[in-house]
Design a protein. Structure first.
Lengths: 329, 259
């Protein structure tokens, strides 16, 4: 498919799902009522529901989905590994641990910003460690290994906090947050996370050439004029920015970053640079769809979108592997 | 532009691998780099391409190769690694088109001129008929030619090719050498490492023979490739004959001093 056609079709799908996300919720608002609520000022109920509840949720669904899709695509291209996903460099696990630590200290209730701030600090520590360990001179393999080590370390630290948590309710709260959700997010969450995510996307967009050249291996890429150290830095920081912001406001949402690049890649000419934008739009569409689904399946319930994406994503990925056994990528 | 290498020393993990290598390469020349496994051929090529730090001097024209940025080096020197890596299921034409990356500004599209250079590289390496096939589904020999076409498409004045002919059938080995000769005839300098002695003797203007990280001999194939030298460097006895195309060398056995 021509890249422009693909991007337009996916964008239309994303837009439709964005509208669907705005239209779904426990309060039964008619279409015209919703639209009026979105744009009209004033404090009537429809306006509050649309602007303070559904709009942040839809915007975050779009932005976080885009983040997961584009991060998965850039990491698979950079590491030349079809199993790479946004979590592989350990930043999201460290961000999650940072947020969990905030729960533990009890600061979570003090201000809306405490939890995201903890997650961002965790992510920052992860990035500094990664850059110190791997990004300066090491190979991409060193980066993967450092990421795996960071993930298991933060996993262990998270378990430790759960273990020591003062009461069952605190543990429950932590686990629930870790499952990943877009429920009850406010417009402040959007303003906090969106600028970081956009900055991350722009950095990732700068790496297209390096990704294409890397199709031929690291030495051939370097001889094509790619400054490998710089590419590694841009990609690590870009992914860290947007993924940590996503984790900070929504917890960990799995499988979108892994699956979406595989879904979209056959529709492109498979040059990794051409996959970035459609994978982002595809990720946004998928997360919006999943977030609509959790509200339709259990309207009153507490089904977390992260649970749904993992529940559908894993078998779907398996099917993808079996279908194209010769080559997943 | 001439490549001039003077007193090049390379150590890998503190182990000296190359000692005092000096040689030169002129435009239009195909120079074969020979020597047994482990003699330092690949290390020499990687040092020239800037992938391993090296002591000594490497000049190309007026440029000091070691001090160039990766981007400017990529416009002077194309390097074809020995390991053949095809990361994704790219179409052959897209893969060869990657050779044009150093010549394009950020995010710029391929120009008609880029496309013409890519088509010519495809033709030169006899892979034009594979242009729309996924590169991952080709035979080893076809992949080798496709990757060589990528290096050719970089259209640099200096090409460094690490064993481009290994794993090819005899016809395509000769075709590879013929393609390199035609590429050199455009005024480019080519350094190519080879294991096939007859191929080196018949297709290279000069050969540089390495042994244990030092230059054992350098000159025309006729001058360098002698019974005594093959015994000394490779530890083999060989049958020599000659026809109008040059020397024919067939290794026949091991000498007592074989490595």
């Amino acid at each position: 498919m021509k890249p422009a056609v693909l991007n337009i079709v996916l964008s239309a799908l994303m837009l439709a799902l964005f509208m669907a996300s705005l239209a779904v919720g426990p309060a039964e608002l008619g279409l015209s009522e919703s639209v009026r609520g979105l744009f009209a000022g004033g404090g009537e109920a429809a306006g509050i529901i649309m602007r303070d509840i559904r709009l942040p949720r839809a915007v975050l669904g779009l932005a976080i989905g885009f983040t997961l899709g584009i991060s998965g695509a850039v990491l698979q291209g950079f590491l030349r590994n079809p199993l790479a996903e946004p979590g592989i460099i350990g930043v999201s696990a460290m961000a999650a641990f940072g947020a969990v630590a905030i729960f533990y200290t009890g600061l979570a209730g003090t201000t809306l910003y405490a939890l995201p701030a903890g997650a961002l600090v965790g992510a920052l520590v992860a990035v500094l460690l990664l850059l110190a360990l791997a990004a300066r001179s090491g190979s991409t393999l060193t980066l993967i290994l450092a990421g795996v080590a960071l993930s298991s370390l933060s996993g262990a630290l998270t378990s430790l906090v759960l273990n020591l948590s003062p009461n069952p309710f605190a543990s429950y709260e932590i686990i629930f947050w870790l499952l990943g959700s877009l429920k009850d997010r406010s417009i402040e969450h959007v303003w906090l996370a969106l600028p970081l995510m956009v900055a991350g996307w722009l950095l990732i967009a700068l790496s297209g050439r390096a990704l294409d050249a890397l199709s031929l291996g690291e030495e051939a890429a370097a001889s094509l004029g790619i400054h490998m150290g710089r590419a590694r830095f841009i990609i690590v920081v870009g992914v860290a920015l947007c993924v940590s912001a996503a984790t900070a406001v929504a917890g960990t949402i799995g499988f979108i970053g892994l699956v979406v690049p595989h879904l979209i890649r056959p529709l492109t000419n498979r040059l990794p640079s051409r996959l970035l934008l459609p994978a982002g739009i595809g990720g946004a569409s998928l997360l919006l769809a999943a977030d609509v689904a959790v509200r339709v399946i259990l309207p009153a319930g507490e089904l977390n979108v992260g649970v749904l994406t993992a529940l559908i994503g894993a078998p779907f990925f398996l099917w993808l592997v079996v279908r194209s056994r010769r080559e997943v990528f | 532009m001439r490549l001039e290498v003077e007193h090049l020393d390379v150590s890998l993990s503190a182990r000296p691998v190359l000692h005092g290598i000096s040689f030169a390469l002129s435009p239009g020349e195909v120079v074969g780099l020979l020597g047994p496994n482990g003699a330092g051929k690949s290390t020499l090529m990687r040092a020239l391409a800037g992938h391993v730090p090296a002591g000594g001097r490497m000049r190309f024209g007026n440029e000091d190769l070691a001090s160039l940025s990766p981007a400017s080096r990529a416009r002077l020197l194309a390097y074809l690694p020995q390991a053949r890596v095809v990361g994704w299921r790219l179409a052959v034409r897209d893969l060869v088109g990657l050779g044009r990356l150093p010549w394009r500004n950020f995010a710029a599209r391929a120009t008609p001129e880029d496309d013409a250079i890519v088509e010519r590289a495809l033709g030169l390496m006899d892979v034009a008929h594979l242009a729309d096939r996924p590169a991952t589904e080709l035979s080893g020999g076809e992949q080798a030619r496709v990757l060589a076409a990528r290096a050719v498409a970089q259209a640099t004045p200096l090409l460094i090719a690490d064993e481009p002919a290994s794993g090819l059938d005899p016809a395509h080995q000769m075709m590879m050498m013929q393609a390199l000769r035609r590429f050199a005839a455009e005024g480019r300098a080519i350094l190519v490492s080879l294991h096939d002695l007859t191929l080196a003797a018949r297709w290279c203007d000069r050969v540089v023979m390495l042994k244990e990280g030092r230059i054992a001999a350098e000159g025309t194939p006729e001058a360098v490739m002698t019974v005594a030298r093959l015994a000394e460097v490779y530890g083999v006895t060989a049958h020599f004959s000659r026809d109008e195309g040059g020397l024919i060398l067939a290794p026949t056995g091991l000498t007592d001093a074989a490595p």
